[in-house]
Design a protein around this ligand. Structure first.
Ligand SMILES: Nc1ncnc2c1ncn2[C@@H]1O[C@H](COP(=O)(O)OP(=O)(O)OP(=O)(O)O)[C@@H](O)[C@H]1O
Ligand SMILES: [Mg+2]
Length: 537
């Protein structure tokens, strides 16, 4: 940031160039990319140019690190407590900014940097990350501090992909210029979040530890418009994205060789649970009664008395696992399974879980034309006996597929269009249920958007007379509006008993027998939450 570059120049006795560097948005980070010609363009005198060029290599090894590491003792505010926690750190850098800064006039360049910083800040905020620092064309952001989320690694990666998209869309005055591109590095690890350092606008929170440095190094090896992540981030984000393994890399300033991955894109996953469990599941422990309840509701639904089960419980308690257990129990009886997954990042995007389910069921692939997608929609919807000319325009519009002349959208008010779309979606469900029983699973309703919730109201009422078992899973913060109806059952999942936890830990540890003392400790620590048993065993 401005003060860092000024300070660096001061130390070289070249403080008088501070203004020129700041005006041209040259950060300490950008220094290694500065050429002698760049300095000439800034009217830096020959002797000073030599001095600067000689000082840059020394800075090179520590540039990003020194910016991130502990501030001098004198600047630290002793009063606030240092806090140790896991953080996902994102480092983002604009490609070719030095060239841009020399080609454009300073005012235009500043304008672009501002648009770039705004774009980054907007996307980072969308995923509830925290912009710790703008360093000219560099952006440092934290996910997990000051607010932590269970999916911070995932958020950082999504934000990285979002930043690439947003920055690419920045309108440039000069039409000849290539769209802007960024390099992004993401790493997760323990850090110490320390005190507020600096004063006024330069104030920031010192975060120390290897993680920010690693993120900065990963950003350096990233190609334009790519996100490179560390092994820790990769392990946490798991099956939600597609990756390309880049193997072990030796990074400047980091002793060991580091396994890194490039994020290829978001994967179309059916559910969070299936994305997180690509290998065999831990055998179901306990939950006999709950499973029995579900299977009885299934039998009743199959007989035409539709049922709704509201499955609630805290994170990691086993709602998704139990739903999976029911499917295993049903086995190969013929039935149609519809799986909907709400997303914490789309709590306000209308019908988000429905849209994703249709895209998944229709097997859309990236790069398909509108016509190819319409063909697939025809096949999907005709299967449930719907009249294509009526429903496809609505569903295509819902999925943002241009219907063109093939399926023109009739002239409707937004309200009419919504009502008809909801009706068409429910007709689809009824059409499927006529053919064979339907298991309708909606995961994580605490993240549902208002329009989907409206749809559910209709669905819950409609299900009563259909061979459908609907299971809605949610965490306790959600208050379902459907309780009380005869065909709706509430099932809260409680913690596992100490005995079940012990059994689970023993199964998980397999060969490596855990000592009785360790088992006791483990049961105590995990407090009956299966997710914690898995994590700690
Ligand atoms: N009874 C159980 N026996 C064995 N493993 C279980 C059991 N319950 C949960 N698990 C395992 O614990 C982990 C967490 O369970 P699950 O994902 O079903 O929780 P959840 O309630 O759906 O949480 P969330 O609110 O985050 O969706 C999973 O890996 C799951 O396989
Ligand atoms: Mg779940």
């Amino acid at each position: 940031m401005a003060n860092d570059i000024r300070q660096w120049l001061e130390e070289l006795g070249l403080g008088k160039y501070g203004d020129v560097f700041v005006e041209n948005e040259i950060s300490v980070q950008a220094l290694p990319h500065i050429t002698d010609d760049d300095l000439k363009d800034l009217n830096v005198a020959l002797g000073a140019r030599r001095q600067i060029r000689a000082a840059i290599p020394q800075l090179n090894d520590t540039s990003a690190r020194s910016l991130l590491e502990e501030a001098p003792e004198s600047q630290r505010n002793e009063s606030s407590e240092a806090e140790r926690r896991q953080l996902t750190v994102m480092f983002c850098d604009l490609v070719g900014s030095t060239a841009l800064s020399t080609r454009l006039d300073p005012e235009d360049y500043r304008e672009i940097i501002r648009a770039y910083q705004d774009a980054c800040a907007g996307v980072i905020a969308r995923y509830d990350g925290y912009v710790a620092k703008f360093m000219g064309d560099g952006v440092l952001a934290y996910f997990g501090w000051p607010r932590g989320h269970e999916d911070d690694a995932e958020r950082a990666i999504s934000a990285g992909l979002g930043v690439i998209e947003a920055v690419g869309e920045i309108a440039l005055a000069d039409s000849e210029t290539e769209p802007l591109a960024v390099r992004i590095g993401v790493a997760t690890g323990p850090v110490v979040v320390g005190d507020i350092v600096g004063e006024g606008a330069a104030q920031e929170t010192a975060v120390t530890g290897e993680t920010p440095n690693l993120a900065a190094r990963l950003q350096e090896i990233a190609g334009p418009n790519t996100v490179i992540i560390a092994a820790t981030t990769h392990a946490l984000a798991g099956g939600l994205f597609d990756y390309q393994a880049l193997g072990g890399q030796s990074l400047k300033g980091i002793e060991r060789s580091t396994e890194v991955w490039q994020v290829v894109g978001e994967r179309r996953v059916e559910s969070r649970f299936s994305a997180a469990h690509t290998t065999a599941l831990t055998p179901l422990i306990g939950r006999d009664e709950e499973l029995e309840l579900l299977s009885r509701r299934w039998e009743r639904a199959k007989g035409g008395e539709g049922q709704v089960v509201l499955l609630s419980g805290e994170p990691g308690i086993g709602k998704s696992r139990l739903t999976q257990a029911l499917q295993d129990w049903i086995g190969d009886q013929p039935y149609t399974r519809l799986l909907y997954q709400c997303s914490p990042h789309h709590t306000n995007s209308a019908l988000y879980p429905i849209i994703r389910q249709i895209e998944h069921a229709a097997r859309f692939e990236t790069g398909e034309t509108a016509d190819e997608k319409l063909d697939k929609l025809e096949a999907l919807l005709a299967f449930a006996g719907q009249t294509p000319a009526e429903v496809i325009p609505l569903v295509a519009s819902l999925l943002s597929i241009p219907g063109g002349d093939r399926y023109p959208l009739p002239d409707l008010t937004p309200q009419q269009q919504k009502d008809r779309t909801l009706a068409a979606l429910n007709t689809q469900l009824a059409g499927l249920a006529v053919q064979q029983p339907v298991l309708f699973v909606l995961e994580d309703v605490h993240w549902i958007d208002p329009t989907s919730l409206e749809l559910l109201e209709l669905t819950v009422a409609q299900v009563e007379k259909l061979p459908v078992l609907a299971i809605f899973t949610y965490r306790p913060e959600f208050m379902p509006p459907w309780t009380g109806a005869a065909h709706v059952t509430l099932q809260a999942l409680n913690r596992l008993t100490a005995r079940d936890c012990t059994t689970m830990a023993e199964r998980l540890s397999g060969e490596s027998d855990l000592s009785p003392e360790i088992l006791v400790q483990l049961v105590e620590k995990t407090d009956g939450v299966p997710l914690f048993v898995e994590e700690l065993t």
